[in-house]
Design a protein around this ligand. Structure first.
Ligand code: UD1
Length: 367
């Protein structure tokens, strides 16, 4: 019997885990007789390591325990990327994969891609082709580098294909597969509903604003984070605001000595798990975020979303979905417009149908 084609599935940071889960399931669900046979192993780089940033997602998404945990941890971009590369190389030597599969745009994505291609191992990038055209974002550099050298570029939407073509990528390296993050969402609608998140937090459907903010451009700068805290305190005087706080943002608030106005209805939480976040996104009156994933998840639920960034690498969330860009200066106006507008808006983009991971796995099997 032929040995199965071996996939090494890589994840490292929180937004990777909901993209990894459907890939694992799609391999597991293939029928036993289907050729070629596929096997997989999981690598967790350890870029994120707190239980609430990592283990809770493995538990809730039913991801098997990683075969390799590199425990690379935090550091400057150079130190973190280098550490992941050093630790991933011996894994590639030992595991001898036919494909290294990376997802998203975090430092782990780029680091493992560089290691694998230089060893002559084929790399597939899931969520390829997205571009914010803003090179001050670390993720944009990770996307550009990964897509320049990976062998197979699996895109979530047509704009990804267009960006890659414009960069001169051969058509044969590109496959439009749809959005794997939405696979996880579709798979967890029931469990998220059973999580009773709204009851636990005493929130009414469409009666609160769900906020997540962690981008360095928003939170690492004192002036900007001070303005965000001031603006959220103002909104919180009118509306309940649920704000699960990312470790980076919490650190900076402490460092800059910032606190929300007393009396503001702001529920500051530790980072929440997957089911809670899905339920909050589904039932919020409005989402305010700088996360890539939440722009997409809001779009799926048609929940109005304001993205506190000058650009997005996910333009379909604006052209088709429920997303709009905002700035600190226009936030109050944009919020009041959104809160007095329809409670659901936009449409779900094509191929955001819960079956993207199946298409990824078939592309890998056939390439
Ligand atoms: C990373 C990704 C970003 C993604 C985000 C989601 C890159 C360049 N950035 O940003 O694209 O949107 O993850 O969360 O890869 N920390 C903890 N516990 C953890 C992890 C981090 O306390 O489990 C703290 C550390 O102080 C660390 C800081 O958060 O220095 C930032 O973590 P890091 O992985 O460098 O980047 P993120 O801001 O999380």
């Amino acid at each position: 019997m032929k040995t199965p084609l071996k996939l090494l599935l890589v994840a490292g940071a929180r937004p990777n885990f909901m993209k990894l889960a459907p890939l694992v399931k799609a391999v597991q669900r293939r029928s036993p007789g289907q050729a070629p046979a596929l096997s997989f192993q999981i690598v967790h780089t350890g870029q994120h390591y707190d239980a609430q940033m990592s283990q809770v997602f493995f538990d809730e998404l039913g991801i098997p325990k990683p075969d390799y945990n590199l425990e690379a941890g935090s550091g400057s971009h150079a130190a973190q990327t280098a550490e992941i590369m050093k630790r991933f190389e011996p894994v590639c030597v030992e595991a001898k994969p036919d494909w290294v599969v990376v997802v998203g745009d975090v430092n782990s994505t780029m680091a493992c891609t560089l290691v694998a291609v230089k060893m002559g191992v084929k790399v597939a990038h899931v969520e390829a082709g997205l571009r914010s055209f803003d090179r001050s974002m670390p993720e944009e550099i990770n996307r550009l580098v990964t897509d320049a050298v990976a062998d197979l570029l699996l895109t979530p939407s047509e704009d990804g294909n267009e960006n890659l073509r414009r960069e001169g990528v051969a058509e044969s390296r590109i496959r439009l597969v749809g959005n794997v993050m939405i696979d996880s969402l579709v798979d967890h609608l029931k469990t998220a509903a059973q999580a009773s998140t709204l009851e636990k937090l005493s929130l009414a459907k469409s009666g609160f604003i769900y906020v997540t903010l962690h981008r360095p451009s928003n939170v690492d700068n004192k002036e900007s984070l001070t303005a965000i805290v001031r603006e959220l305190s103002l909104v919180g005087a009118q509306w309940p605001v649920v704000f699960p706080i990312h470790p980076r943002t919490r650190k900076r608030m402490e460092e800059f000595g910032l606190a929300f106005a007393t009396g503001a209805k702001i529920k500051l939480l530790d980072p929440v798990g997957y089911n809670d976040s899905v339920a909050l996104t589904q039932h919020a009156r409005c989402v305010l975020t700088d996360s890539g994933g939440l722009q997409e998840e809001s779009t799926y639920f048609r929940t109005p979303c304001l993205t506190l960034r000058p650009n997005t690498e996910r333009p379909v969330t604006i052209t088709i979905g429920s997303n709009r860009l905002t700035t600190i200066g226009s936030l109050q106006r944009d919020l009041s417009e959104t809160l007095s507008g329809p409670s659901r808006r936009g449409e779900i983009p094509p191929l955001w149908d819960g079956r993207a991971a199946e298409r990824v796995v078939e592309a890998l099997a056939q390439d």
